[in-house]
Design a protein around this ligand. Structure first.
Ligand code: NAP
Length: 313
């Protein structure tokens, strides 16, 4: 039986990844600071799941040294949020945690580490489509610290013979993600209030549905033998979408009475974000949904009450 370490197991994406790995009959060691976060009781009681409630920046080796780990999915992160966060917060959550994981890996027989990063590292690219060759130009503390973590993993693990695979996502949407544009549009359209769509509704954005975000991680692990020592993949839905179209689809799917009001007001990111996922499709056999299909699934899950109450501590 293969054993995987999942950091950020209590989080939005980590909790789903843990569920999927357990369904696929792997053993999982999950780490997070909260008592359960988004982890369900079924997962916490699963005999193949070991939950380590601890801070990665604490005594990581002490907590984890008794487990034989084959591969790591490193998802733990300090995410942008409505709280005011400074550089130190992002540094601790994204760089310091990654350095601890690197120290833990040394002298252990771990085959690979998959790191989840963000397309916002490349947000200022001048190419029409972002892809693995786009240059990096982080413009926020979040994207800067994710970029430092990517590079640390590349540099430090190269000499250890451990494969490092970076998966870069745009905004992920899913039932437990109460953040981001899709959630905001959903809430406004449900309330029947007017929905303002900035930048004239004309800019493109990329999104990825939670199930596809998990699937590419699973595909990376199952294709590991064929991957290079260090590799990078952009993930996203099958298509990118104009914001006005996104609002129209959501309004239709929800049967909302809201008016869609196009506004010329500019948001902080005014550029199109279009992602080319050809490399992941070819090498990882990644076959994601369109944004519209993901939205249908998202609405079905939220409306059937499948959102998980977040236990904070
Ligand atoms: N969500 C998106 O739209 C999106 C887009 C692009 C990339 N990503 C990447 O995808 C990954 C997962 O994102 P997510 O949305 O699932 O984020 P999330 O819900 O905030 O989960 C991250 C988890 O990391 C854990 N964590 C942070 N610092 C820790 C520490 N010092 N020790 C132990 N655990 C720690 C947190 O758990 P505790 O609070 O329990 O410690 C949290 O649950 C991240 O790497 C993120 O950068 C996400």
């Amino acid at each position: 039986m293969t054993t995987f370490l999942v950091t950020g197991a209590t989080g939005f994406l980590g909790s789903l990844l843990v569920e999927k790995l357990l369904q696929d009959e792997h053993r999982v060691v999950g780490i997070g600071r909260r008592k359960k976060g988004f982890l369900s009781d079924d997962v916490l009681n699963n005999k193949n799941f070991i939950f380590v409630q601890a801070d990665i920046n604490g005594q990581l080796k002490h907590y984890l040294s008794k487990y034989k780990i084959d591969g790591i999915f490193h998802l733990a992160s300090c995410q942008p949020s409505s709280k005011v966060l400074n550089y130190d917060d992002f540094y601790k959550g994204n760089v310091a945690t990654t350095r601890q994981i690197i120290e833990f890996i040394k002298n252990r027989r771990i085959k690979f580490l998959v790191y989840t990063s963000t397309t916002s590292v490349n947000a200022k690219s001048t190419k029409k489509y972002l892809d693995e060759n786009s240059f990096s130009y982080p413009t926020t503390y979040y994207s800067l610290t994710k970029y430092i973590a990517e590079k640390l993993l590349e540099i430090e693990l190269a000499s250890l013979g451990i494969k490092v695979i970076i998966i870069k996502y745009p905004s992920i949407f899913g039932k437990n993600h109460v953040n981001g544009l899709i959630y905001t549009y959903y809430k406004i359209l449900k309330s029947g209030k007017d929905l303002k769509i900035f930048n004239n509704g004309n800019i493109y954005r990329s999104f990825i549905y939670e199930k596809d975000a998990v699937q590419i991680l699973i595909n990376a692990a199952s294709n590991m033998d064929r991957l290079k020592k260090f590799d990078l993949f952009f993930a996203g839905s099958k298509d990118s979408i104009k914001l006005i179209k996104l609002a129209e689809i959501l309004k239709r799917l929800l049967g909302s009475e809201s008016r869609l009001l196009v506004s010329s007001k500019k948001t902080s990111i005014k550029e199109n974000i279009l992602i080319d996922i050809t490399k992941a499709q070819k090498i990882l056999h990644f076959d994601p949904m369109t944004v519209e299909r993901g939205l249908k699934k998202y609405i079905a899950e939220v409306e059937s009450g499948k959102q998980r109450a977040l236990e904070l501590l």
